[in-house]
Design a protein around this ligand. Structure first.
Ligand SMILES: Nc1ncnc2c1ncn2[C@@H]1O[C@H](COP(=O)(O)OP(=O)(O)OP(=O)(O)O)[C@@H](O)[C@H]1O
Ligand SMILES: [Mg+2]
Length: 231
């Protein structure tokens, strides 16, 4: 019988990040180790300013660490040039932020088509996929609306659909429901977790909401530059 753990999709090894200020250095990440396994959904908690967003930006290949390594599917991303990192990020990683960052002049459908168009997916195919994803997040009837004509919860649903448009393996959420009222946040979270579980994605979600965190597979807490697993 094999008792192998699912493979690691994202791994941080000894990640350090230091912001140099005029008179002092701010060590935000001081040797972070994390293994995110296939299909796992992990909550990232910690006080404001602890470095959660910084850690997600590094995990998502938007920023380079000052030390340590980021591995995606076992591949050390430090060895890749910027172009390869961008390609890897586009194909493997989806982001959902606290603010939706949808493009205001485009419809919901077009916003979900865009990352696919950038990845050179044919237009008809991008449209079909976007429509399917918007249906999956309960927004089929709103597909033609621009963001300004959607509610906050609906905007976040579009942002979730957009994050999944290129079939990433990793979803990174930076307080994805932090801007919504409790009930709306709950229902958006349900949709997000359903989608993540159905597609077998791995997810790392920063949140200040402990109730939310407890519903995920595991909680890691960032304080004083270190990460520890909460029981
Ligand atoms: N580009 C930067 N230059 C200098 N300092 C920065 C920079 N980015 C972040 N910081 C500092 O690093 C620390 C961590 O910031 P970060 O945004 O990662 O925290 P956070 O845990 O996401 O907080 P919150 O819960 O409020 O979102 C903060 O003290 C912040 O001021
Ligand atoms: Mg943050």
């Amino acid at each position: 019988m094999s008792s192998e753990l699912p493979s690691s999709v994202l791994e941080l090894r000894g990640v350090r990040r230091i912001f140099r200020q005029a008179t002092a250095e701010l060590v935000v990440l001081n040797g972070i180790d994390l293994v995110l396994r296939s299909g796992e959904i992990v909550a990232l908690v910690g006080p404001s300013g602890a470095g959660k967003s910084t850690m997600l930006h590094i995990a998502g290949l938007l920023e380079r660490p000052d030390g340590g390594a980021v591995l995606i599917d076992g591949q050390d991303c430090a060895r890749l040039n910027d172009e390869r990192r961008t390609l890897l990020r586009r194909s493997e990683i989806g982001f959902v932020y606290q603010f939706h960052h949808l493009l205001p002049e485009f419809s919901a459908l077009e916003n979900v088509m865009l990352p696919q168009m950038i990845a050179a997916v044919p237009r008809w195919q991008a449209r079909e996929k976007a429509a399917r994803l918007l249906g999956r997040v309960g927004l089929a009837p709103r597909a033609g609306h621009r963001p300004a004509r959607l509610s906050g919860g609906e905007q976040q649903r579009v942002a979730i659909a957009r994050a999944l448009a290129n079939d990433p393996r990793i979803l990174l959420g930076d307080e994805p429901t932090g801007n919504l009222d409790h009930a709306t946040g709950e229902s958006v979270l349900e949709t997000l977790l359903d989608l993540v579980r159905d597609t077998g994605l791995s997810a790392l979600i920063a949140t200040h909401n402990l109730d939310l965190a407890r519903r995920l597979d595991r909680i890691v807490a960032l304080t004083d530059g270190r990460l520890r697993t909460l029981a």
